[in-house]
Design a binder for this molecule. Structure first.
Ligand SMILES: Nc1ncnc2c1ncn2[C@@H]1O[C@H](COP(=O)(O)OP(=O)(O)O)[C@@H](O)[C@H]1O
Ligand SMILES: N[C@@H](CCOP(=O)(O)O)C(=O)O
Length: 322
């Protein structure tokens, strides 16, 4: 579920009058998502998503996220656009939480992407990276390599309930990845950092929009591609589909040519991205109270992806044709 904060009718009505969007027609909670409370709000002026930002979002980051959506939209990317109230403010308060309205995007996310959809994602990701150029605000990636050891510490001594020997595997990975990442120097920019299939909409085979920019930050652009290779190109049996990987990388490369050093770094970046999602899922798995109304995501899925990357000699393992 993703409705942590219930919005009473009178508070909604008082919130909506601050905007020039007409009268409320319908209002309902959205079950998908894990981080924030999301509602679909229909008014006589259109359809909107109302988000109440919950405890894992730092309010200080909200201007970065909302202004980024404006910047990306202005630069041709199809993503939600923040809606300002009559006073010009997009970021407001509702039920004691920071809250914002954004435009509704049509489309559906896919559960099992095809190679054509992986290609569409590759070119949309490159377009996002191009559109992010010139964005004035900065947000370091709190979940890049320097953020992994604290997560590992939070799970240490408990991770064996998920897999025997997991603490040791994670400790060895951290040593290897911290050393490897320290040698990299790659083009940077604004990245989405969580562009999983549930955050990408399609209308038929056409990619119609990108959502959920609440992990967006500044980091190596190729790291975002590595996150997407992990999220889109593995099959349910955890084998890597090189046809999908090739489709994604080639489409990305056609829209934003990758430098030789980015291609060379891909296996290490994908291994790091696998550890990042293994760790966040592991901590959530261990810390979510039994019975909580949140869908827990499987950390072992990312352990299996990590194992694949440990064996990947170079980017040809992902379908790249040298
Ligand atoms: N702008 C939007 N247009 C249409 N649907 C949206 C939009 N934003 C969010 N949604 C819907 O809300 C769900 C949860 O949103 P998401 O941003 O992924 O939440 P969370 O950050 O809590 O994970 C999405 O899966 C989608 O169904
Ligand atoms: N993509 C992450 C979880 C974050 O969920 P989202 O609903 O905010 O995209 C994972 O798979 O671990």
């Amino acid at each position: 579920m993703a409705v942590y904060t219930e919005v009473p009718d009178d508070e909604l009505a008082a919130f909506v009058v601050a905007y020039d969007i007409g009268e409320v027609v319908s209002f309902k909670g959205i079950a998908e998502g894990v981080e924030n409370s999301n509602y679909l709000l229909a008014t006589t002026g259109g359809r909107f998503i109302l988000t109440l930002y919950e405890k894992r979002v730092d309010p200080a980051d909200l201007p970065f996220f909302l202004e980024l959506l404006q910047h990306l939209s202005a630069n041709g990317l199809t993503c939600p656009q923040p809606v300002a109230g009559r006073d010009g403010e997009a970021l407001r308060k509702l039920c004691g939480r920071p809250a914002a309205l954004v435009t509704f995007l049509d489309g559906v996310s896919v559960r099992r992407p095809t190679a054509a959809q992986c290609a569409a994602l590759g070119s949309a990701l490159a377009n996002l990276h191009e559109a992010g150029k010139g964005f004035g605000l900065k947000r370091p990636n709190a979940l890049s390599v320097s953020g992994w050891r604290p997560l590992a510490e939070a799970a240490r001594g408990r991770s064996h309930v998920v897999a025997p020997g997991l603490d040791e595997t994670i400790a060895a990975e951290l040593d290897a990845l911290e050393a490897g990442f320290a040698t990299l120097s790659l083009p940077e920019g604004v990245i989405h950092a969580d562009l999983f299939p549930n955050n990408v909409f399609f209308l038929g085979e056409e990619l119609s929009g990108l959502i959920d920019f609440y992990f967006a930050c500044d980091d190596w652009l190729a790291y975002d591609l590595a996150i997407c290779l992990n999220a889109w190109c593995f099959e349910p049996d955890q084998s890597f589909n090189v046809t999908k990987g090739r489709a994604m990388i080639e489409a990305y490369h056609a829209a934003r040519p990758l430098l030789p050093e980015e291609i060379e770094a891909l296996p290490l970046l994908a291994r790091g991205a696998a550890l990042r999602f293994l760790l966040t899922r592991l901590v959530d798995w261990l810390d979510t109270p039994p019975g909580a109304l949140v869908k827990k995501l499987d950390p072992l899925e990312y352990l299996k992806k990590l194992r694949f990357h440990q064996q990947a000699a170079d980017a040809t393992a992902f379908g790249w044709r040298a």
